[in-house]
Ligand binder design. Structure first.
Ligand code: NAD
Length: 469
């Protein structure tokens, strides 16, 4: 019997097979989970479809209460969730606790959101109203970097708007999603929330199913494109939160120590495995050496260890495939530039890599142009603002960006020229449930969070009634 079961049609069920989950800090199996067959994926979709009409008719106030109850249940189980999150994902326990607090906070905020309906006309000639209706069954498909938080990003808005959902976590991080399933089972009517696990083999099955009305996806751009193609047949609605290559642009007037700390934190949070991490730091020529030295100092001082170990600041890379991909990036970076901190794997079990700073690289080098999604930060020299804006914008991605300066007016003038969904000044990864989050270009389609994100889980419908004559 697996340690963790799936949630299908209101029941916790074993899989037609089961799967081991590896702790990336030890490379040992720490749990077994139920794994769905196509038959079970089909059952989950059928259960969600069967539950839809009565859930859609459930008053909004009751749907809000259920979402708040899920937030309460997360708090009541936060110790167990945090430990499992560290074990499956690798992040230090303090970061895991932070992710759980975030998940709670997002759910609590969703529970306050209104679905924006509007009256355009109400007079003797007629009544015109914009209504918003739920879509039906949502497929939520997510990545392995924030498995609990992003599961809540899909479940919360989908069910608040009156949809039902089949959620599929990434194959290497299914445990906290299944724990969330156990909590959902006690809160939502059968079939409203279903959680199934695959071994990277059921995503396409879900997205192709004609009973799925909408796909909420967080993951790579390559998979996002496949999903878009698969959704075309049924004209399914899509929200795609995809990859990024966020630039951090450091102007010549910063306090180097302060800016370096901010950039370091934003580049190495969750071992750099954050869609919105700083993945390229552009630093003005006049402070380039000082910034490189300070970033290297911070990288050398960082404590890399098993996330459960006291004092760990950076955990392992989440899975072997990503670890091997990053070793390729490291080797190319060694030839393209100069590694001034880190640059080596740690000789122990687990997928550990020292936080790495690479200087003297430039646009065109792999570590600058491609999304590394790991603990390697390239630092790139620039001397002209127009040139650095052009280089920042030359990426196919456009998720986040930041500008660092002690003169906020100067920084804002640069920020306005950056082509990305979020642009921060003197901070990065500053997100929240009340702040819409979108990617431009190859970083995504649609919006998550806030009223704008909630609206994407609805279908607009206009009531237009004649009066008089
Ligand atoms: P991935 O695209 O490989 O996998 C994501 C999910 O898609 C997994 O659940 C996987 O099983 C599923 N999947 C795989 N093939 C599929 C298919 N053909 N159809 C449907 N689903 C399929 O991504 P990953 O490696 O798990 O995550 C890393 C990437 O995710 C990075 O590029 C990162 O930037 C991005 N990401 C983006 C955001 C965001 O909000 N923009 C957040 C986190 C991660």
């Amino acid at each position: 019997m697996p340690d963790y079961k799936m949630l299908i049609g209101g029941k916790l069920v074993d899989g037609d097979s089961q799967m081991d989950v590896i702790n990336p800090a030890t490379e040992e199996v720490f749990a077994t989970v139920a794994r769905a067959s196509e038959r079970q994926a089909d059952e989950a979709i059928a259960a969600a479809a069967a539950a839809f009409s009565s859930w859609a008719a459930t008053p909004m106030a009751e749907r809000r209460t259920k979402i708040s109850a899920l937030a309460d249940a997360i708090v009541a189980n936060s110790d167990a969730l945090a430990r499992a999150l560290t074990q499956e994902q690798g992040k230090p326990l303090a970061e895991a606790q932070g992710e759980i607090a975030w998940a709670e906070g997002y759910l609590r905020h969703y529970a306050t959101l209104e679905i924006a309906e509007r009256t355009i006309q109400d007079d003797e000639n007629g009544l015109i109203q914009i209504r918003r209706k739920p879509l039906g069954v949502v497929a939520g498909i997510i990545a392995w970097n924030f498995p609990l938080l992003v599961a809540c990003w899909k479940i919360g808005p989908a069910v608040l708007a009156g949809n039902t959902i089949v959620l599929k976590p990434a194959p290497t991080t299914p445990v906290t999603a299944l724990m969330l399933g156990e909590l959902c089972q006690t809160i939502f009517p059968a079939g409203v929330v279903n959680i199934i696990v695959d071994a990277n083999d059921l995503g396409g099955y879900l997205t192709a199913d004609p009973r799925i009305a909408k796909i909420g996806f967080t993951g790579s751009t390559a998979t996002g494109k496949k999903i878009m193609a698969s959704a075309a047949d049924g004209l399914k609605r899509l929200t795609l939160e995809l990859g990024g290559n966020d630039p951090g642009i450091v102007l010549d007037d910063v306090d180097v120590r302060v800016a370096a700390q901010g950039i370091f934190n934003a580049a190495f949070l969750n071992c750099g495995q954050v869609c919105l991490a700083i993945k390229r730091a552009y630093v003005h020529d006049s402070i380039y050496d000082a910034m490189c030295d300070e970033l290297a100092r911070l990288a050398e001082a960082a404590v890399v260890d098993d996330g459960l170990a006291q004092g760990a600041q950076i955990g392992p890379i989440q899975n072997r495939a990503q670890y091997e991909k990053l070793q390729g990036f490291l080797e190319r970076a060694r030839t393209d530039g100069t590694i001034i901190a880190g640059g080596e794997l740690i000789d122990r079990a687990g997928y550990f890599m020292r936080p790495t700073i690479v200087r003297d690289v430039t646009d065109g080098d792999q570590i600058v142009d491609e999304e590394q999604f790991g603990p390697i930060l390239p630092v790139i020299r620039y001397s002209d603002i127009d040139d650095v804006v052009a280089r920042a914008n030359a990426s196919p991605y456009g998720l986040g960006a930041s500008v660092w300066s002690s003169d906020t007016n100067r920084a804002l003038a640069v920020a306005e020229r950056i082509e990305s969904g979020s642009v921060w000044v003197n901070q990065h990864v500053a997100i929240g449930p009340h702040i819409p989050m979108a990617g431009v270009k190859s970083s995504g389609l649609g919006v998550e969070q806030a009223e704008e994100g909630l609206a994407e889980y609805t279908q607009l419908s206009v009531i237009n009634m004649a009066r008089g004559g």
